[in-house]
Design a protein around this ligand. Structure first.
Ligand SMILES: [Zn+2]
Length: 150
């Protein structure tokens, strides 16, 4: 299978709740998040018209709005009453771990990619027939969560 990957970065805050007060991740803090998106065409080859899986710039047109909506936001567990629903604060049904955030981003992307397969979709930013292969979300240079989408 032929795939391409592209890396996107943004700053975002979070606080974990289930770890308890003794764990330093309980405190509100931020990370320079890095997301590696891997995609392939449905036929798992390069498009013979372009010799590309997808133009990297076309991927940006789709990814940039997702990155923008998370940039400088703060995620927290909805059971954690230290935080409210003010602008920029986003409640999750679970702790905003790298694993949970990676799955959340995958859900958002896959929904859009499925929409993109519909010929009448208003979200025709990517060519039809491109599918997500994996997402890897780095919280630090050494720590990441990865989800395989197919
Ligand atoms: Zn953290």
């Amino acid at each position: 299978m032929l795939t391409i990957k592209k890396t996107y970065t943004w700053e975002m805050g979070h606080a974990l709740f289930k770890v308890g007060k003794e764990d330093k991740c309980y405190s509100p803090h931020g990370h320079n998040y890095r997301l590696i998106v891997e995609v392939a065409r449905e036929d798992e080859k390069a498009n013979p018209d372009t010799d590309m899986v997808i133009n990297f710039h076309e991927l940006d047109r789709y990814m940039d709005p997702l990155i923008e909506e998370n940039d400088h936001k703060f995620y927290f567990n909805e059971d954690d009453d230290r935080f409210g629903g003010d602008d920029g604060y986003i409640a999750l049904y679970c702790d905003p771990t790298a694993e949970a955030l990676c799955q959340m981003l995958w859900g958002r992307l896959e929904a859009h990619f499925n929409l993109l397969r519909e010929p009448i979709s208003p979200y025709k930013l990517l060519p039809l027939g491109v599918k997500l292969i994996s997402l890897e979300l780095f919280e630090t240079d050494k720590a990441s969560a990865k989800i395989y989408c197919s």
